[in-house]
Design a protein around this ligand. Structure first.
Ligand SMILES: Cc1cc2nc3c(=O)[nH]c(=O)nc-3n(C[C@H](O)[C@H](O)[C@H](O)COP(=O)(O)O)c2cc1C
Length: 335
């Protein structure tokens, strides 16, 4: 039975705070929320764009899609069902979604596990062990829900992906504007935006997956020569328009939260899909791995943490949680 009494501003504010725990490219948090007369609106905030790396704003919208999915999980935990209209106004393309609320009698079965993952999930750039056989199926269901498909990229094409990553890395290294933009979003611990240096491998930890994005050196110590055995999965969409990006973001959040709930570590990767030549190789690997959608959006490294890197005495540390902007900076409540 529908009831609206619990959709009070405090409940919505709390859900928006959880939504803002979503991952975003370089932790730019490009979202802005507005609550007015019982309707919540989600806007992309283009003042927080990274124009060199993401000229079309694709990754900004993917990030906002992640926040929208996080919001759904937080609301459902509070027995509120969001009624979401995607891109409701053609004349206002930055308005990504409008949301109203309806009460629901019971939480969904997976709701508690996903809700607790909202705060526990974090991007982890350490090497992983391979995920257990059979653990990936549950992750792909969530992606499919949002018109996005998740493919596990077959290990036999690993060298093609390493080549694609090397192409993207080289193109970025040759572009001082890219490096300046990236440096701007690397911060010290305690900042409410950007990537903390403690979450980035230090210069000696050059182990990293050969498919990972190259970052300026950080403080995260990783055992030298550690090998990464993570699974690489890819989210692809049928076309390459803002609605696909928003959907890919919702799918990304779903995959990451399900991974966290299954005690799997994860790291999104997008440098390969930013550069056309490497994106083309990813598209080829995806189609050889059985993918039919032609638009690769986000790769994700997923696996188990190697037990020795979790040992407090080993000299190797864990990535810190990245900061978030204050709720007053991202949510406007119009009375
Ligand atoms: C669209 C998108 C693209 C991202 N691309 C990368 C990437 O290429 N490499 C990487 O290490 N992390 C990537 N991330 C992870 C972000 O850096 C991370 O979400 C952000 O710093 C916040 O940290 P958290 O996920 O631990 O909360 C990406 C995240 C999103 C949503």
């Amino acid at each position: 039975m529908a009831h609206y009494a619990s959709a009070c501003p405090e409940t919505i504010t709390s859900a928006v705070e959880y939504a803002c725990a979503a991952p975003s490219v370089h932790n730019v948090q490009p979202w802005s929320w507005r609550l007015q007369r019982g309707q919540l609106s989600l806007y992309v905030d283009r003042r927080r764009s990274i124009p060199v790396e993401d000229p079309d704003g694709r990754q900004l919208i993917i990030s906002c899609g992640g926040a929208l999915h996080h919001l759904r999980i937080a609301l459902e935990h509070n027995l509120l069902e969001p009624i979401v209209t995607i891109l409701p106004d053609r004349s206002e393309p930055d308005l990504l979604a409008s949301i109203t609320f309806r009460g629901r009698a019971h939480p969904e079965g997976s709701s508690a596990a996903l809700f607790s993952s909202l705060e526990r999930r974090r991007t982890d750039r350490r090497p992983f062990d391979a995920p257990p056989v059979g653990s990936m199926g549950v992750l792909s269901h969530g992606a499919n829900e949002f018109g996005t498909s998740m493919t596990i990229l077959a290990r036999q094409y690993g060298s093609m992906l390493e080549h694609a990553s090397a192409i993207a890395t080289q193109e970025h290294r040759n572009d001082p504007d890219y490096w300046n933009e990236l440096e701007e979003w690397i911060r010290s611990a305690g900042s409410d935006e950007g990537i903390p240096r403690d979450a980035l491998p230090d210069a000696l930890s050059s182990h990293e997956s050969a498919s990972a994005r190259a970052f300026p050196s950080g403080h995260l110590k990783i055992e030298r020569d550690a090998r990464d055995h993570a699974a690489l999965v890819l989210l692809s969409t049928p076309s390459d328009a803002p609605i696909d990006w928003l959907n890919a973001g919702q799918a990304l959040s779903s995959v990451l939260l399900h991974a966290t709930a299954s005690h799997l570590a994860s790291c999104p990767l997008t440098h390969l899909t930013e550069v056309e030549a490497s994106r083309e190789i990813v598209r080829d690997v995806a189609s050889r791995s059985g993918e039919t959608f032609q638009n690769p959006q986000v790769m994700i490294r997923i696996g188990l943490l190697e037990s020795d890197t979790e040992d407090a005495d080993s000299g190797y540390n864990e990535p810190v949680a990245s900061g978030r902007r204050a709720i007053e900076d991202v949510l406007t409540i119009v009375h």
